[in-house]
Ligand binder design. Structure first.
Ligand SMILES: Cc1cc2nc3c(=O)[nH]c(=O)nc-3n(C[C@H](O)[C@H](O)[C@H](O)COP(=O)(O)O)c2cc1C
Length: 333
């Protein structure tokens, strides 16, 4: 089978990819999404200094599974020496790519000149990527936003600098740093990047449905689509299925699997507690699930979570009587 695209010398099979999301795209969720059809994995942002100084928490965050390959490990940096050193050290983990984060808006990060803050200093971006590409033997990729704010949308300049610096693919989130996650992603700007560079462009922002996938592909001409929030509670998106068409029984099976993977990875009760944000998304738009959600976030054992979910029957969408919108059997635990 011919690959959908090549990132450097690495073939990518498929055009939908789980976007990096710190706090969500941990190993269990990435493996699950990869199985569902995400074409590669990103280990989300890790500070270069944390890699160099090797704190144990960082080691846990850096873990990935061979089932996830191809895998990019994403770095946050503002210093060429540290970035090159961190990149070299990461090679011991044998990642397929190293990705430079140029979009993180978090204050504690960007205030210190990393992530999206680098968009204000394109020359620095050039220095960082050309140093990193020389330091490591795997392809280097980058993920950007459109600029710092509306007045400084310098995505074309940054994209050219990245390509000249030797990156093998560019992920573009169609918002500025100032926009955070609000408003609409500008897919037209992503199309401009695609037209301006020869390396693959991964389009990102506001893809939540199968129709959105087709629309962003048409609007941008991108090589692949990065899906972030739209995948939380809906890994079926990678099979090009909308959540509205996923039955409660299918959701239960997915929840059981995801929860078991979380408990295996983090232990109890941490795995259950960390799973809650996913769990709420799995049942988010089910009618009558408000009381269920309130109860679910109090439970600390996987058995209690599954017992409650299995004893709950979703009401049919469109049911006319208000009582029909309530869960019919909710047992106490
Ligand atoms: C909770 C959260 C954490 C994120 N963490 C990262 C990250 O570690 N690295 C990164 O490049 N982008 C990160 N992002 C941005 C996403 O990768 C993506 O660009 C953004 O959510 C827009 O895509 P979406 O509309 O599909 O969610 C994060 C987004 C969210 C919501």
């Amino acid at each position: 089978m011919a690959p959908t695209l090549m990132i450097g010398n690495v073939p990518i099979y498929g055009d939908l990819i789980l976007a990096p999301m710190a706090g969500y795209t941990d190993l269990p969720f990435r493996v699950l999404c990869r199985e569902m059809g995400s074409a590669m994995s990103y280990v989300p942002c890790i500070l270069d200094e944390a890699v160099i100084h090797g704190a144990s928490m960082t080691d846990a965050l850096l873990r990935f599974s061979s089932e996830e390959r191809p895998v990019a490990i994403q770095l946050l940096s503002k210093d060429e020496d540290s970035l090159a050193e961190a990149g070299r050290r990461l090679l011991a983990l044998d990642p397929d790519f190293i990705d430079l984060n140029l979009g993180c808006p978090a204050r504690h990060v960007s205030w210190r000149g990393r992530g999206a803050a680098l968009l204000c200093d394109p020359r620095k971006i050039g220095a960082l990527v050309s140093r990193l590409t020389r330091a490591v033997s795997v392809p280097v990729t980058a993920k950007i936003r459109l600029g710092w704010d509306e007045e400084s949308r310098n995505y074309l300049e940054v994209a050219h600098i990245l390509e000249d610096g030797g990156v093998a693919a560019i992920g573009v989130h169609g918002r500025t740093k100032a926009q955070g996650f609000g408003g609409r992603a500008d897919w037209g700007a992503i199309a401009e990047v695609k037209a301006a560079v020869k390396v693959p462009v991964l389009a990102n922002g506001d893809v939540r449905t199968v129709a959105d996938i087709a629309a962003i592909r048409t609007a941008t001409g991108c090589d692949a689509v990065l899906i972030g929030r739209g995948a939380v509670g809906n890994p079926w998106i990678f099979q090009r299925r909308d959540i509205a068409g996923v039955s409660y029984l299918e959701r239960l099976a997915m929840i059981r699997r995801h929860l078991a993977a979380m408990v295996a990875h983090y232990g109890e009760p941490l795995g259950v507690v960390l799973f809650r944000k996913h769990l709420l998304k799995y049942v988010q738009e089910l009618e009558g699930a408000k009381a269920l959600r309130q109860r679910l976030v109090t439970l600390e054992s996987p058995e209690a979570v599954m017992d409650l979910l299995e004893s709950w029957e979703p009401s049919r969408p469109g049911a006319s009587s208000p009582s029909a919108l309530e869960p019919r059997r909710v047992t106490a635990h």
